[in-house]
Every structure is written in structure tokens, then in C-alpha cells.
Design a binder for this molecule. Structure first.
Ligand code: OOG
Ligand code: MG
Length: 259
């Protein structure tokens, strides 16, 4: 393949996000695009956002559950980044800033100390974890019809768009995060449910895998970052006027409205 124009492709995706318009997936133009190329475009996109003054809240894992992999027809976990401007604190999803958002229920981790791969285990992650907190992630693929291949979605910062964190941070000691039941309802109708084990057997395994993926780039997970481990449930489409309620057994609940 001719040299990958990461700058043009990152700008193309950012234009889609800012202009709230679906773009054609990159692999329609560049069918040979690899996973590695996808991360090169993502790195460029992240660098551009940092240079605009946005800050990273933490990394996120995606496609870590069978529900998500089946739903998106993609079979491998990926990572991306959540920025400060994506965090919603008033419980209102601004539909007019988004393209075709979906919501998914997740369990997030806050580390008390840095973790550097490779070879990290879920037990090591738990030992380094200060808190866990429930999160609703709003994903909003920039691609037409929310359809993509693995390299496309990686380039698109793993569809990151918005996130709402629960108000209660819980110490991990004594919690069986694999057994935590999660329900996701919209307008009172149950859309999906699951348990923490849906995420790679235990959400801590998702953080461990992320540490190993970042180690390949010479990067590590840092204390204080909030790390999303991936949807426990499948993602549900959002529409203006919706009220979303999700509950995590023992961890809390989140309600948000779509305006
Ligand atoms: C990719 C992002 C997936 C998750 O939690 O699985 C993700 C997508 O489905 O658009 O954030
Ligand atoms: Mg997610």
C-alpha cells in the first residue's frame, strides 16, 4: 500500500465528529488497511485532540464481550481514549451534538498505582485498583450505518463519544465483579442485561489485556485514570426523549435523559 496518510484520515474522522455527519468507512477506499494502520490513525487523531487542548480521562477497552462482538460482527478487543469533553455530568445526552448514538453499560476502574505490561493478570489489576464505578458509555461511530471493520473502528477511536459515570466509587475488596448483575432499560423497557463475567470472564481481565496492548507501544496504565472495560450488555440505540436507566448490583445506578 502507498504510504498511509494518517493526517488526512484522522482529519476526515474528526470532521465527521464535529460536523455530526456519517462518513464512508476508510476500508472502502483502502481495503488493505490493517489493525496496525488503524492504531496509527487513532494515534494521530488523539494527538490532534491533545493539541487542541483536550485532556485524556482514561483509555477504554471495547468489544470485550460476546454480546458486543456478535452485535458489531467484529471478533477482537480494541482500545481507544475518553477525553474530558466527552464526560457528561448533568445526566443529559445532547442529541444535537451526536450522529446516531447508542448506549452501553460498563464497569470502570480507577487505579491507585500505575500498571505496566506485559504479562499482567486480572489479580494484579485488582491489587492495583483503588475504586470501581459504574459507567454508561455513549458510542457514536462516525461511519455510515454504524458499520465498520476492525481497522476502521480502531481508527475512529473505538466509537468513543460520551460517558456518564455513577456517583458512587466502591473499593474492590470483597466484590465479585464477575457476578455483578447489570440491567439496561430505556423508557422502562428492559433492553439487555448481563453480568460482569461477560467481559472477558472478569472486567479486571479487560484492564490486564489493555495493559498488555499498551505495553507493545511502550505505554502503561496510570494511577487516577478512569478505565472503561467494555460493554457488559449489547448497545441500545438512543432517540430524543428517551430516559435510560441502568443498574449495577451493589455498585449503583445511573439515569440519563436524551434531549
Ligand atoms: C465499538 C466500541 C465498542 C464496547 O464497550 O464494546 C465499545 C463499537 O461498538 O462501536 O465501546
Ligand atoms: Mg464501550
Amino acid at each position: 500500500m502507498a504510504e498511509l496518510d494518517v493526517k488526512r484520515l484522522a482529519e476526515y474522522l474528526i470532521d465527521g465528529e464535529i460536523g455530526r455527519k456519517e462518513v464512508t468507512r476508510i476500508t472502502a477506499e483502502l481495503p488493505q488497511l490493517t489493525v496496525e494502520d488503524g492504531y496509527k490513525i487513532q494515534e494521530q487523531l488523539v494527538a490532534m485532540k491533545l493539541s487542541e487542548g483536550y485532556r485524556i480521562v482514561g483509555p477504554k477497552m471495547g468489544l470485550t464481550s460476546q454480546a458486543k462482538m456478535k452485535q458489531m460482527n467484529v471478533e477482537e478487543p480494541i482500545y481507544g481514549y475518553i477525553f474530558d469533553y466527552m464526560v457528561i455530568s448533568d445526566g443529559v445526552i445532547p442529541m444535537n451534538e451526536l450522529i446516531h448514538p447508542k448506549v452501553e453499560a460498563e464497569i470502570a476502574f480507577v487505579l491507585g498505582k500505575d500498571i505496566e505490561g506485559p504479562g499482567i493478570t486480572g489479580a494484579q489489576v485488582l491489587a492495583a485498583t483503588e475504586y470501581v464505578v459504574p459507567a454508561l458509555e455513549i458510542i457514536d461511530s462516525r461511519y455510515e450505518n454504524f458499520q465498520f471493520t476492525l481497522p476502521d473502528v480502531i481508527a475512529d477511536n473505538a466509537s468513543s463519544s460520551r460517558v456518564v459515570f455513577g456517583s458512587r466509587f466502591t473499593r474492590p475488596e470483597g466484590l465479585d465483579l464477575d457476578l455483578v448483575g447489570v440491567t439496561l432499560s430505556i423508557n422502562g423497557e428492559l433492553k439487555d442485561f448481563g453480568a460482569g463475567a461477560a467481559v472477558l470472564g472478569h472486567p479486571a481481565n479487560s484492564v490486564a489485556m489493555l495493559a498488555d496492548m499498551l505495553a507493545r507501544k511502550g505505554q502503561k496504565l496510570r494511577a487516577g485514570e478512569v478505565i472503561l472495560t467494555g460493554g457488559v450488555t449489547g448497545a441500545a440505540m438512543l432517540h430524543a426523549g428517551d430516559t435510560v436507566t441502568a443498574k449495577w448490583d451493589g455498585l449503583g445506578e445511573i439515569t440519563l435523559s436524551v434531549k
